[in-house]
Design a protein around this ligand. Structure first.
Ligand code: ZN
Length: 271
């Protein structure tokens, strides 16, 4: 598979040999956790669904490896509150502006799908541009109508193959919520250049693809803590977590604009 993130990978690889780099990449997830392998049978269909998304032009992870050297894909990922069976991302912007399209797939290994399954898949429309329900079960006329009504795409999984039975509607997700979802996949948007990228660290060295900054939800803080100077690091630390904002600058912006800051991310991230 040719990764749409190939350009990024190639730039990075230019810094050191691919082999060395491959052996050194270790993810330390910021706050997302890989869900334990599902005890349900559906997990075995994730790779098939992912392969289908990849054929459709989506990048589904795999560039970053876990500590055991296994590629981490955008499958079976998430937190307690927000988890995803399979997801993919592709660039759909222009040469002047980066825009992405996010596809989210809910997988159900059932005899026949219920309206609730379609509803579950449609819940991703808050975060993703395209929502799919992939199932091993029977898809009847009513299922198709309901999926159409909710704008959910239906994928039929049959003998390790995928057939698109209903095409999804293109949603415009809430941007903040989409970023929240992308964070689960360790993907961020650089607030400086606006480009989307994967946030990772290289294990044995002080190499990160991102630089973390902390900011404040200014108006909420001004309303609830009028005496606090949110621009003063020490005072800002007093604020509860729900008043704080995390942004991740991309490595390219750091190298171009703030090279003196590179390697000092840890201090910034903790403040
Ligand atoms: Zn940038």
């Amino acid at each position: 598979m040719i990764s749409p993130f190939g350009a990024v990978s190639n730039q990075a690889r230019a810094r050191e040999s691919a082999d060395y780099r491959k052996s050194q990449i270790r993810i330390r997830s910021k706050d997302s956790v890989e869900r334990w392998e599902s005890s349900m049978g559906e997990a075995k269909y994730y790779p098939v669904v992912r392969a289908w998304l990849e054929r459709e032009g989506y990048y589904c992870g795999g560039f970053i490896e876990n500590p055991k050297g296994k590629p981490i894909y955008y499958q079976n990922k998430g937190t307690k509150r927000l988890r995803i069976d399979v997801a993919g991302i592709r660039n759909v912007g222009t040469s002047l502006m980066d825009e992405i399209e996010v596809a989210a797939v809910e997988v159900r290994d059932v005899d026949s799908i219920q309206f609730r399954d379609i509803q579950d898949a449609s819940a991703y429309s808050q975060y993703a541009h395209k929502c799919y329900l992939a199932t091993t079960g029977i898809i009847d006329k009513q299922d198709k109508e309901e999926a159409n009504f909710l704008g959910v795409g239906l994928l039929k999984i049959q003998s390790q193959k995928i057939k698109e039975v209903v095409s999804p509607r293109l949603n415009i997700p809430n941007h903040a919520r989409m970023l929240h979802f992308l964070n689960v996949l360790d993907v961020s948007q650089c607030p400086l250049c606006g480009c989307f990228f994967e946030t990772y660290r290289v294990g044995s060295r002080d190499y990160r693809s991102f630089y973390a900054i902390r900011r404040t939800k200014y108006f909420n803080a001004a309303h609830d803590y009028p005496k606090l100077d949110v621009f003063e690091k020490g005072e800002r630390k007093e604020l509860p977590g729900n008043y704080k904002i995390r942004r991740y600058l991309c490595r390219s912006c750091m190298e171009e604009f703030f090279p003196q800051k590179i390697g000092k991310e840890a201090n910034a991230a903790d403040s």
